[in-house]
Design a protein around this ligand. Structure first.
Ligand code: SF4
Length: 384
């Protein structure tokens, strides 16, 4: 039996300076005291779940705003993870940073602590857009943070951008893409603005205070993104993600684990874990998290053992989000099914509609198909 691929370790740091109106991630503004209590609890959770047999080759600090934590705290977490798990020497260690919170000194500190990949949540280089998104930074801060990251020695620099804002034109989005490309990042994540239920942005939409950009216009911006970035040498490898070309491309090793069914272990409130067949999660509740760990108990949450059917469904949904698509032979081996026969009709229909393509070995979505990736995956998943 082949050994499982190396795992990813995720640390959820659930604090932000201010909540952005579109965001449904678990985070709070918090106080210094709550941040301190959280750090104590996080170290307890790491110790409680220590496993020197767990081979990992990526560590990801997400949130929330990890860059709200000083380098000394990030360093202590990296040291703790390295002592309690088997984190390989060449691990990818990523920290998400908000351009409104970083200084060159802090970035140098993160680098000295072992962080080798920085992901800046620039979101836009247009001040009006940044203000609409409720961000704490402006375009000048974003440029300053990029320059500071460079001076601190980060060559592996990623930028996050958001498009599809109400009223956004192709010219405006093109200007954002060009500003991002001018920073010569190794990685770009371009997300469509979504109206997540329960967020202030969704309430504004429901009350008709804002009018979302029509679907066709958003689709046009997606096409523009793919054309512009691939023409600039980026590899489009997942619906929203682009890596600087090379061999291998500068893709996110950590995030590819989620899409490829590799194991990952999450720490912190709201963090999820997956060991290949079992999924577990911590409740998104900081108080309950700290209270349980203070008493020496695991934090409250849930767990489920995935059935074969659930694992197949996940493999279809996650596979089709990637431009490489699904490896038909690999799917057959993993799930002991004749994938070609199983998906025969649904695959043929998607190909006929111009949403998918196949070379007999792999099955992937076309650019048009990627726009409706979940609906296409549902059609395959309904075959079993
Ligand atoms: S900074 Fe990031 S995590 Fe925090 S509220 Fe804004 S989008 Fe959400």
């Amino acid at each position: 039996m082949s050994s499982p691929p190396p795992a990813g370790i995720y640390i959820h740091l659930p604090f932000c300076l201010r909540k952005c109106p579109y965001c449904d991630f678990y985070s709070e503004v918090g106080t210094e005291e709550r941040r301190r209590s959280f750090l104590v609890a996080l170290h307890q959770e790491l110790a409680l779940r220590a496993d020197r047999n767990l081979d990992a080759d990526s560590l990801y600090f997400g949130g929330g705003t990890p860059s709200q934590f000083a380098p000394v705290h990030i360093c202590a977490i990296i040291d703790r993870v390295s002592a309690l798990f088997h984190l390989s020497q060449d691990s990818e260690i990523t920290l998400e940073a908000n351009p409104g919170t970083v200084t060159r000194e802090a970035l140098e500190g993160y680098r000295a602590a072992g962080v080798n990949r920085i992901n800046l949540g620039a979101q836009s280089f247009n001040d009006e857009n940044l203000s609409f998104l409720g961000r704490i930074h402006d375009a000048r801060d974003a440029r300053r943070a990029i320059a500071a990251a460079r001076r601190a020695g980060f060559t592996d620099l990623g930028l996050d951008l958001i498009y599809g804002l109400p009223g956004q034109t192709r010219q405006q989005w093109q200007a954002d893409l060009e500003a991002a490309l001018a920073a010569a990042p190794a990685h770009l994540s371009c997300y469509m603005l979504t109206y997540a239920p329960g967020t202030p942005l969704d309430e504004a939409r429901a009350a008709e205070r804002i009018r979302p950009l029509p679907e066709e216009a958003v689709a046009g911006l997606f096409e523009l993104t793919v054309e512009t970035l691939t023409a600039s040498g980026f590899v489009h490898y997942e619906v929203s993600n682009f890596a600087r070309g090379g061999s291998p491309p500068a893709w996110s090793r950590h995030n590819r684990k989620y899409w490829n069914g590799a194991p990952y272990f999450g720490f912190g409130p709201a963090a999820h874990s997956f060991d290949g067949s079992r999924r577990s999660w911590n409740k998104p509740d900081l108080d309950a998290y700290c209270k349980a760990l203070d008493r020496g108990y695991p934090p409250p949450g849930g767990r489920e053992v995935l059935t074969r059917e659930q694992r197949m469904t996940e493999a279809v949904f996650l596979g089709l989000r990637q431009t490489e698509g699904i490896d038909i032979g690999d799917f057959q081996v993993r799930f002991a099914v004749d994938a070609e026969q199983l998906f025969d009709r649904a695959m043929a229909d998607l190909v006929d509609e111009g949403l998918a393509a196949t070379d007999g070995r792999r099955f992937w979505l076309t650019r048009r198909g990627l726009l409706v990736a979940d609906a296409a995956a549902l059609r395959l998943a309904s075959c079993f």
